[in-house]
Write a protein that binds this ligand. Structure first.
Ligand code: SF4
Ligand code: SF4
Length: 358
């Protein structure tokens, strides 16, 4: 039995069928299936070499992890669906082809193409000669979709001696999501080699998904154990940076609420620091926040496979935001901002945009 089948077999026997995950899936508008049943379907599909029955379940999941956030058997939707994608990837090339724009290991990736049209203000320290002890890592989404904020954050970190250089490298998360472990390993190793050859001792990370991926590489020994990995909002909160009420008022906002990031749900590190940065700002909470936060719809590469599933999730968040009657929805992930703003809402703002208004 290969390692994925062994994993599904283990899930099928450890799941207690308590129904917590199916209740959360129902709230999130997902297909309702507990992980014992899902695991049996995967084992059956592997056995028959016929994957039609599991295709939508696997590729329409945004891997938000909401359904297993309180799983008493410690089953992780994130790991389960990734493994399922690893099984389906080699046998479903037409689906995998849809994710080609997210092949961040290639020059043709959407992020690299977009950055060509909006040249970053600072050169990539990992592509330059010379050492870089403290590196700012904005991640593909902030570095590409919010280049001004990314540059502003780096300028601040440089001024306060918390970064010597910035890099626009990808953490490899899109390759993880498409279920290609060989590409992921290659990409992670290439990043680790660059970090090592430039003498990077600390990485300040802007994106919750990059943060989680880099911690995983360090745990797996791909990245040197001595490299410190620190979330950007933790640095900014410790430095005492706070959103100024005047800036908020000038932007036309009074009460805010925070859209938490799926990859932060277990540690809550970004959630706590971003709320600290909001300071005295009057804040209300979404009905699903922190550990129970819902997905913005952009996770798991789902917009490239199932736009309806992605739209449904986005509208759920926007409805929760409406229900709070807050004037501004504050994000901590640039992917969330982009996804949630696609209907033209101008009151959805990355927290860095409140700290440093344009
Ligand atoms: S929450 Fe965990 S134990 Fe409960 S049914 Fe879902 S997967 Fe099984
Ligand atoms: S999208 Fe989230 S809540 Fe729905 S099945 Fe996937 S991990 Fe669970």
């Amino acid at each position: 039995m290969d390692e994925h089948a062994a994993y599904f077999n283990n899930v099928a026997t450890t799941c207690r069928k308590c129904g917590l995950c199916t209740a959360a899936q129902s709230e999130s508008g997902c297909c309702q299936i507990d992980y014992a049943d899902f695991a049996r379907m995967m084992l059956d599909a592997i056995d028959r070499d016929e994957f039609q029955d599991v295709t939508d379940l696997v590729w329409s999941c945004t891997l938000c992890g909401a359904c297993t956030a309180h799983c008493p058997a410690h089953i992780s939707a994130y790991e389960f669906v990734h493994r399922a994608r690893c099984v389906l990837n080699p046998v479903q090339p037409a689906i995998v082809q849809k994710f080609a724009p997210m092949r961040t290991d290639l020059a043709s990736s959407s992020f690299k193409q977009l950055r060509k049209t909006r040249k970053p203000a600072f050169p990539d320290a990992l592509c330059e000669a010379g050492a870089c002890e403290k590196l700012f890592f904005p991640g593909c989404s902030l570095g590409t979709y919010e280049p001004e904020l990314s540059a502003r954050a780096f300028a601040h970190l440089k001024d306060t001696d918390r970064a010597d250089g910035i890099s626009y490298e990808c953490c490899g998360n899109p390759l993880y999501l498409m279920g290609d472990p060989a590409l992921l390993r290659q990409s992670a190793q290439s990043l680790a080699d660059k970090l090592q050859s430039h003498g990077v001792a600390e990485i300040v990370v802007a994106c919750p998904s990059c943060f989680s991926a880099l911690l995983g590489y360090r745990d797996d020994g791909i990245l040197d154990a001595s490299v410190a990995i620190t979330p950007l909002p933790v640095v900014l909160a410790q430095q005492g940076l706070r959103v100024r009420p005047d800036d908020l008022a000038k932007a036309g906002f009074d009460t805010v609420c925070v859209k938490d990031a799926c990859r932060d749900r277990n540690s809550g590190t970004f959630a706590a620091s971003v709320r600290e940065i909001l300071g005295e700002t009057e804040a209300v909470e979404l009905a699903h926040n922190r550990r129970r936060s819902r997905c913005c719809g952009s996770g798991g590469l789902v917009p490239l496979y199932d736009t309806d599933a992605s739209d449904d999730k986005r509208w759920c968040i926007l409805q929760e935001f409406d229900d709070t009657e807050a004037s501004c929805l504050v994000t901590m992930c640039a992917n969330c901002s982009l996804a949630l703003r696609q209907d033209g809402d101008e009151n959805i703002v990355h927290y860095l945009g409140l700290l440093w208004p344009s």
